[in-house]
Design a protein. Structure first.
Length: 306
């Protein structure tokens, strides 16, 4: 009889211990402030990339249904050696020494459209040891442009580095035509002392978010790679350039410089010019210099597919 009582007591004690343990395991869920399935907000309270500086977004390419610019539904006039592929967020566009040329997009074709601006995109590419690569260019019209250096050039120094180099070297040029002639500047993350003057970025053949930001009020141009400022401290301030002034109409080229190779008959193709080989997705052009917080939010959200 005593043995039975002791065994029963032990059993009851074991059951009570299990119930307490189970209760403590479920308590966290009852007190959790985040509902299951709700995406967490990012700095600034954003839950979707389309919310970031929405009022300042001039143009957007997501390559989901077509190569059209989404906000105006502008279709390209020419697309060479491109194909739909998997992007960082849904579909993307693959270039095989290719480019896409667009007619005038009205939001990008006013004198002060990109006085201050930010160009953001996701890319997957590598160095090639022979040709400079342009990803995005906002240019004067095809019959007017006489130089590959134009209003906006967002590029990389792929030609100065062998394919075995896993670091990427970003380079962007900006230009203003306030007096009819181009007055420009640039920034690069491949000059001087790495880690001091600029930051190295290792990311060949991986998806990377590349952002060029220009503030017309301060004449500061910066480059970002995956939310890291990689621009050269020696070239950040382009004194006297001020708010960029465009000549109109303008044209957009993805994957190439505005030169004879992409349909700009009066602009010579230089020996160091190449067409893009790699992938592209989520191209956005804003008419403001995004804040660091906005850049961080855009990076996190697009990387998560939101």
């Amino acid at each position: 009889m005593n043995t039975y009582i002791n065994t029963s007591s032990k059993t009851r004690l074991l059951c009570l211990t299990i119930l307490i343990a189970l209760g403590s395991c479920t308590k966290v869920n009852r007190n959790d402030d985040v509902k299951l399935g709700d995406p967490p907000p990012v700095p600034g309270g954003y839950t979707n990339s389309s919310q970031v500086a929405a009022a300042n977004l001039l143009a957007y390419w997501n390559f989901e249904a077509s190569n059209n610019e989404v906000k105006s539904n502008t279709a390209p006039t020419n697309a060479v050696n491109t194909s739909s592929s998997t992007g960082i967020k849904g579909k993307g566009l693959t270039f095989n020494q290719g480019f896409v040329l667009y007619p005038t997009i009205s939001a990008l074709s006013t004198a002060n459209a990109v006085g201050s601006c930010t160009v953001s995109m996701w890319l997957k590419f590598a160095n090639n040891g022979s040709k400079l690569t342009s990803f995005f260019a906002l240019s004067r019209d095809v019959n007017v442009e006489t130089s590959w250096l134009t209003i906006l050039n967002v590029a990389s120094e792929t030609g100065n580095h062998p394919a075995s180099d896993e670091n990427l070297y970003f380079h962007s040029w900006i230009g203003s035509y306030a007096n009819g002639n181009r007055n420009g500047g640039d920034n690069i993350n491949d000059y001087g002392n790495a880690g001091v003057d600029y930051q190295r970025f290792q990311g060949a053949n991986k998806w990377v978010q590349y952002i060029m930001r220009y503030d017309g009020a301060t004449s500061i141009i910066d480059l970002f790679a995956n939310n890291i400022r990689v621009s050269n401290n020696n070239f950040r301030v382009r004194g006297g350039l001020g708010s960029l002034v465009s000549t109109i109409p303008t044209r957009v080229v993805l994957g190439g410089f505005p030169n004879a190779s992409t349909g700009f008959t009066n602009s010579p193709t230089e020996g160091f010019h190449g067409l893009y080989t790699g992938d592209m997705d989520e191209v956005r052009v804003y008419n403001k210099a995004l804040s660091d917080q906005e850049i961080s939010a855009l990076y996190i959200l697009e990387r998560q597919g939101r």
